[in-house]
Design a binder for this molecule. Structure first.
Ligand code: ADP
Ligand code: MG
Length: 474
């Protein structure tokens, strides 16, 4: 066991460690800018009897966090430890602020309370009952709520087959799901667990993140209780370890994980693992472990495509009972391309904004609300790219795009290109006008409105728009 690894987990540090994990999730959820302006300013003060107390440096930051993020922060704490029921955010008192030195801020203000992290302190936390096994599973992450499309078809089929079959298929053991963040790996793993729980509750399933696996392991070592640690993991029917990259390079945890894996597979128990890359790409992981991870079925959860994103948006709005213009959904699907988590986040933001303002959701509202996100998702498609592709599509010359020709053969594709420029870039109307031979912004508005109208009434136009978007966005 490397000392660095052993020392990370003392009772006091468990709290900090969890906060670090949560901070990572907040970063991912809200993006770096929001994180730095608001959430990164929070400090962990204490944790007692299921109550987490945090502090914000000013009243203003506290208000902002309470109004916008507190609920999510509380949920994230609860995901880590179900015993947590309350989150309190205070303004840091000047005395505390003075006392906190940046280097060890959180450890200074931590209340040392051993009882507060159940999972980390008691290695026997994984008992065969719903509360402990399934407590941290998200109710929404079921197969029913998972939208299947080209990029995740294979992953879905593999997960489904593991969940459905009572016996282990050697070719699928372990099942290794890999792909970028926010593409549905965790969703699929929870779905497997729910499915088994609902159809065959006698099968014993453990789902946990690799981080938690490590905490439990280190706590077991500390408590000299490694035997029961081994016992609990090796006596299950299905073991699922999420985000295995976390234990990459953590020598002793990795070693223990390898033995657990071997023992389960040899005993024909199902193992499901997720990671952010394929087993062979894990540097810092021993060759024999990498190769064992790749023995079964390795499935890539690919980045989403336009159709899948649109399908997910439709399904989410349906679930929420929201009526939303098709155009708005199409816009989101074509512009938020990074991952499903961001796509969901964008949808929620737009809905929250519109509900708050009591307004119907229009493209303008969407563009307004999501400015930052749209910019970060902008895959720097230039207006010229758009003009070139549109010209090609309609068999015109690039120069026709900035000409003053008024014949329909030229004017219509130009209007279409203006519309696409508005939809697919963050350029202002007047910037767009300039790129089309110095036209006025009202000409652009006119073009956008006209295309929007025709999309609704003319199927040839709407098909053309879909096709062009696909050409432009790959
Ligand atoms: P990962 O574990 O790959 O980082 P998650 O499973 O946490 O990603 O997915 C991020 C979010 O996107 C979750 O809220 C999940 O429900 C949602 N999601 C991802 N893929 C799909 C899909 N195909 N259908 C419905 N929701 C999805
Ligand atoms: Mg995940």
């Amino acid at each position: 066991m490397s000392t660095a690894e052993a020392l990370t987990i003392t009772d006091q540090h468990c709290a900090e460690n969890l906060w670090i994990i949560i901070q990572g999730k907040l970063r991912e959820l809200y993006g770096e800018a929001t994180y730095r302006s608001w959430l990164g300013k929070l400090n962990l003060s204490s944790c007692e009897n299921g109550e987490i107390c945090m502090s914000a440096p000013t009243k203003f930051i506290r208000e902002r966090i309470i109004n916008h993020y507190a609920d999510t922060i509380r949920k994230l704490w609860q995901q880590e430890d179900q015993a947590i029921h309350t989150l309190t955010i205070q303004v840091a008192s000047p005395v505390v602020e003075e006392a906190i030195q940046p280097a060890n801020a959180s450890s200074n203000v931590l209340v040392q309370d051993k009882s507060w992290i159940k999972g980390a302190d008691t290695p026997t936390v994984l008992k065969n009952n719903r509360e402990t096994f399934f407590g941290s599973l998200d109710q929404r992450y079921t197969f029913d709520n998972f939208i299947v499309g080209g990029p995740n078809e294979l992953a879905y089929a593999a997960a489904r087959s593991v969940a459905d079959s009572a016996s282990v298929q050697p070719g699928c053991n372990p099942l290794f799901l890999h792909g970028g963040v926010g593409l549905g790996k965790t969703h699929l793993m929870h779905a497997i667990a729910w499915h088994i729980y609902n159809h065959d509750p006698s099968r014993r399933v453990i789902y946990l993140s690799a981080e938690k696996f490590m905490y439990q392991f280190v706590c077991a070592l500390r408590n000299k209780d490694i035997l029961s640690f081994k016992e609990q993991f090796r006596s299950v029917d299905v073991l699922m370890i999420d985000d295995v990259q976390f234990i990459c390079g953590k020598d002793s945890t990795q070693e223990e994980f390898f033995h657990t894996l071997n023992s389960l597979i040899d005993n024909r128990r199902q193992v499901v693992i997720s990671g952010d890359r394929s087993p062979s790409d894990f540097e810092g992981m021993e060759e024999r472990i990498r190769s064992r991870l790749g023995w079964g079925l390795v499935v890539d959860v690919h980045a989403t495509n336009y159709e899948l994103r649109l399908g997910i948006l439709q399904s989410k709005t349906e679930q929420l009972g929201m009526e939303m213009d098709k155009q708005v959904l199409e816009f989101l699907a074509s512009r938020i391309t990074s991952n499903v988590r961001e796509l969901e986040g964008a949808l929620n933001k737009v809905i929250a904004h519109a509900t708050l303002m009591n307004k119907h959701i229009t493209l303008d509202i969407v563009q307004d609300t999501l400015q930052d996100l749209l910019r970060s998702n902008d895959r720097s498609l230039s207006i010229e790219d758009i003009q070139r592709k549109v010209a090609q599509h309609f068999d015109l010359k690039l120069s026709d795009m900035s000409s003053t020709k008024r014949s329909r053969v030229v004017a219509w594709p130009r209007q279409m290109a203006m519309y696409l420029a508005k939809m697919l870039t963050t350029k202002s109307l007047s910037d767009i006008g300039k790129c089309f031979g110095g036209k006025d912004h009202t000409t652009v508005i006119h073009a956008v409105r006209k295309v929007e109208e025709l999309i609704k009434t003319n199927s040839e136009v709407s098909e053309n728009v879909v096709l062009l978007k696909r050409i432009l966005q790959g």
